[in-house]
Design a protein. Structure first.
Length: 155
């Protein structure tokens, strides 16, 4: 859980019970394991409006999430979405989508700068707790992008 020590929140979103869909949680767990402290880290689970207050407490939020898109599984890209339409069409399988959560923050007038590290996955349907080899291999690159974003934002 975050302690609001930094101006940047790194928020992993996902459901670890749906294999690759939980990649955001795995990235945050890896950062926590290495003791990364240049940004606050948070396991956001499957999202939801309970995260709204946390998101609005920061000037910048870096979100890591699975994306079901045209790219091969394990493809990592960094997006700088401003509006819901700027996100990948199928971002994740959460009950309340990340786009809905960010739209609520925007409507309430307290929208932080958002950066999205999207990791492409093949499927959201498979139950299990293991990442595919392609998505697991993408974790170091996702971490590299997170760290580069934090460094650039703190400069």
């Amino acid at each position: 859980m975050t302690s609001l020590q930094n101006k940047i929140l790194v928020l992993g979103i996902g459901n670890i019970l749906l294999n690759d869909e939980g990649v955001g949680i795995h990235v945050v767990a890896a950062l926590e394991k290495e003791g990364y402290s240049k940004a606050d880290l948070m396991d956001g689970g499957t999202g939801g409006f309970h995260l709204l207050g946390f998101i609005q407490s920061y000037s910048t939020v870096i979100i890591i999430d699975a994306a079901l898109d045209q790219f091969p599984a394990g493809h990592v890209r960094v997006l700088h979405p401003k509006y819901a339409r700027d996100f990948p069409q199928q971002l994740s399988a959460h009950e309340i989508g990340l786009k809905d959560l960010l739209d609520a923050a925007f409507l309430l007038g307290n929208m932080p700068a958002i950066h999205l590290v999207a990791v492409s996955v093949k499927d959201f349907q498979d139950m299990g707790m293991e990442l595919s080899s392609e998505v697991e291999a993408a974790i170091p690159l996702a971490i590299k992008h997170v760290k580069e974003l934090v460094e650039a934002l703190q400069a």
